[in-house]
Design a protein around this ligand. Structure first.
Ligand code: ADP
Ligand code: MG
Length: 673
């Protein structure tokens, strides 16, 4: 029996159980061993009754000192009651309907009771505890159970697997020694059936390291591989013509990053680079510059954005810049008519279009390029790694650039972008002023309306953001539609207002955005559809309703829609929440404008899943590591991975055979995501 043996052949499994196990993702004996307990019941650590804390799970060792009495309630529930005692005190125990258990218990005998204490200090009480013989001296694993398989059944199968399998070490000896890690055998045994809390700790340490290490090895290999391919070579590297078309000078950070990218594109290897820059730092210009360079060298570029509004905006920006240079831009989004799409696709395949800008519509199978040399994804965190690759495959090792406006914590960056080189735009265009942010409760609303009117009277524009589109979705919250109607009829009836939300069709959205961009709409009531990328520099004030409903990074992104010109901008957050954590979060936004810092806090408060808001973030599901809490281990693992690949870049050495298999498994999982 090996780790790869089909789970069906493990003793005690069989066809029917195999099916259940496979539905949990356990298809081999090895996978079962990697199916770690969700938590543990520690029967080894007992409390004296009188000192056990209330309202949390505790284990008590005590003797039954009264006969077990049986009561029937009106609703015919049978309750068994008795008293237990240790040297420190006594407690009442009640069991409900558990005849089988109650009949087995004997007076004057000692047992272990696991449960929550309540009652008061005079009369401690435990309802429906789990009861074991007094010598049950183990740390018991609890597995994620389902209706068709209990934790105890899983536990028995794992035990069989542990006993019938000689596990091969996956980590090189030197790495174990250098990092003071236990063997895989010890780790697997003790993660399932810990001999002691210390043994458990050792086991977990090793498995966390291993998980992050395998991930880092996989990412580093992807990086090495792309670096070994040959990419199209850019010969003409001048951006002078491009600069001529700009109404402003590039910032030195923009110029530096453009040069870093051009260097990659001249190297003969495909560029794989991430540009990180806070909202408003001017990433679009970097993309535009590189598209021009690619076009000058006879290559097509594709720029993919997560929303239609953003794609359309980029299309306009790039078209304007390239108007006089003869570079042809095209737009491909889902809302084009079938006919329009056909035309664009044909022009693309024929090489008539130099720069195509679009949404997910770009990765559809029948989109073909003539000579794709550069792929750029904007707001990369909105796309999965797989989508990025799908676009890349439409060319022959094109250069790839991903841009992220949501600064992400360093740890997450290592995982999401571990296969990429990184450039950072750490400078804003000249003349930007700090955005002032205020938090108030709703009693201030009217004063704020007046404040906003001052801006509008001054010829400037603003936003009001609400969490919902329509009323009734969730009670008590402001919905954009109702809000808009109310403002139009009352407070802002003398102004020109617009409404923008996600349930509008693309054409209507576009119409509203255009009217806003052209200054025809003064105040835009919107949902978070404006969150990503929208650029209207004359908009200088933003009111966010029910601000507590938004995540920190989301608020930062929203706020990034203002403060994009030279005028002073203000952001006002309204929230009536009294919740301490909420107030803390809002205060983070108020006092910081550093996207990285905010992202770190957000991540810490909400965890990686919620942080990114949706499942399409390309982070493989971690089994045991916590990429935030285990940050230090992640860095260590990365370093070790790089060292290892220096002497065995393809994991061909016999001692790395097991590791190689783990890495291949991980690739499979990454591609399923
Ligand atoms: P983001 O990095 O958030 O994508 P954008 O690319 O949308 O930022 O740029 C924000 C705004 O700054 C846009 O209005 C853009 O035209 C402007 N901008 C970009 N670069 C410069 C520059 N070098 N000087 C002045 N304004 C700039
Ligand atoms: Mg942008």
């Amino acid at each position: 029996m090996t780790a790869f043996t089909d789970i069906q052949y493990l003793k005690g499994v069989g066809a029917k159980r195999a099916e259940i196990l496979k539905s949990k993702g356990i298809d081999t004996v090895g996978a079962l061993l990697r199916f770690y307990p969700r938590k543990y019941l520690d029967w080894t650590k007992t409390y004296p009754i009188s000192r056990a804390p209330f309202f949390e799970n505790v284990c008590v060792r005590a003797k039954i000192v009264t006969p077990i009495e049986e009561f029937k309630t009106k609703s015919s529930v049978v309750i068994y009651k008795f008293i237990v005692e240790d040297e420190s005190g006594r407690m009442f125990v009640s069991l409900f309907n558990q005849r089988f258990l109650a009949e087995k218990l004997k007076m004057d005998r000692e047992y272990l009771f696991y449960g929550k204490l309540d009652g008061n200090f005079g009369a401690r009480q435990m309802n429906s505890p789990i009861i074991k013989p007094a010598d049950y001296n183990v740390i018991e694993p609890i597995y994620p159970a389902s209706r068709d398989m209990s934790s105890a059944q899983l536990s028995r199968l794992v035990k069989t697997a542990v006993n019938s399998l000689e596990l091969e070490e996956t980590l090189p000896q030197i790495i174990l020694e250098r990092n003071n890690l236990c063997s895989l055998k010890f780790a697997i045994e003790n993660i399932h059936f810990p001999l002691s809390p210390e043994a458990f700790k050792k086991a977990k340490e090793r498995l966390v390291f291993e998980e992050l290490f395998v991930l880092q090895v996989a990412l580093s290999i992807i990086k090495l591989k792309t670096h070994q391919k040959s990419g199209c070579i850019i010969k003409n590297n001048s951006v002078e013509a491009f600069k001529q078309g700009l109404p402003f000078e590039l910032t030195s950070a923009q110029s530096r990053v453009i040069n870093e990218c051009i260097k990659d594109m001249q190297s003969g290897r495909p560029m794989t680079r991430l540009i990180q820059g806070d909202v408003g730092s001017g990433k679009t210009m970097v993309a535009a510059a590189l598209c021009s360079v690619a076009a000058e060298n006879g290559y097509q570029s594709a720029l993919m954005a997560p929303t239609e509004i953003l794609a359309e905006q980029h299309f306009k920006t790039l078209s304007n810049i390239n108007e006089c240079s003869g570079i042809k831009c095209g737009l491909l989004t889902g809302s084009l008519t079938a006919k329009q799409k056909l035309v664009v696709k044909k022009q693309l395949a024929d090489g008539e279009i130099d720069v195509i800008i679009g949404t997910h519509a770009l990765i559809v199978d029948d989109v073909q390029f003539n000579n794709l040399g550069l792929v750029i994804t904007d707001e990369q965190h909105r796309f999965g790694v797989a989508q990025r690759e799908k676009l890349t495959k439409k060319g022959e090792n094109p250069h790839t650039l991903v841009m992220s406006a949501t600064p992400i914590p360093q740890t997450l960056g290592l995982i999401l972008y571990g296969d990429l080189d990184i450039s950072i735009i750490d400078e804003y265009p000249k003349g930007r002023q700090k955005i002032d942010t205020y938090c108030v409760d709703s009693t201030y609303r009217n004063r704020i309306y007046n404040y906003i009117k001052k801006f509008l009277n001054n010829g400037q524009q603003g936003y009001i953001v609400c969490p919902l589109v329509e009323d009734g979705e969730e009670s008590g919250l402001k919905s954009a539609k109702e809000y808009y109607n109310a403002l139009c009829e009352n407070e802002f009836k003398d102004y020109s207002l617009g409404l923008l939300h996600g349930k509008m069709n693309a054409k209507d959205k576009e119409k509203v955005m255009r009217r806003f961009a052209e200054g025809e709409i003064q105040l835009l009531v919107a949902t978070t559809v404006i969150e990503v990328g929208i650029d209207v520099p004359n908009a200088v004030v933003m009111l966010i309703e029910d601000a507590d409903r938004f995540g920190l990074s989301q608020l930062h992104q929203l706020r990034g829609r203002i403060g994009r010109g030279n005028a002073k901008s203000d952001c006002i957050l309204i929230s009536d929440s009294q919740n301490e954590e909420t107030l803390y979060r809002l205060n983070v936004i108020k006092s910081s404008s550093d996207g990285f810092k905010i992202a770190d806090k957000d991540f810490e408060l909400r965890g990686p899943g919620d942080f990114l808001g949706n499942r399409q973030h390309g982070i493989p599901q971690m089994k045991i590591a916590d990429i935030f809490a285990d940050k230090e281990v992640l860095f260590k693992a990365k370093k070790e991975a790089e060292l290892l690949l220096q002497y065995d870049p393809r994991l061909k050495f016999p001692e790395n055979k097991e590791l190689r298999q783990e890495v291949i498994d991980l690739y499979k999982r990454l591609n399923q995501n």
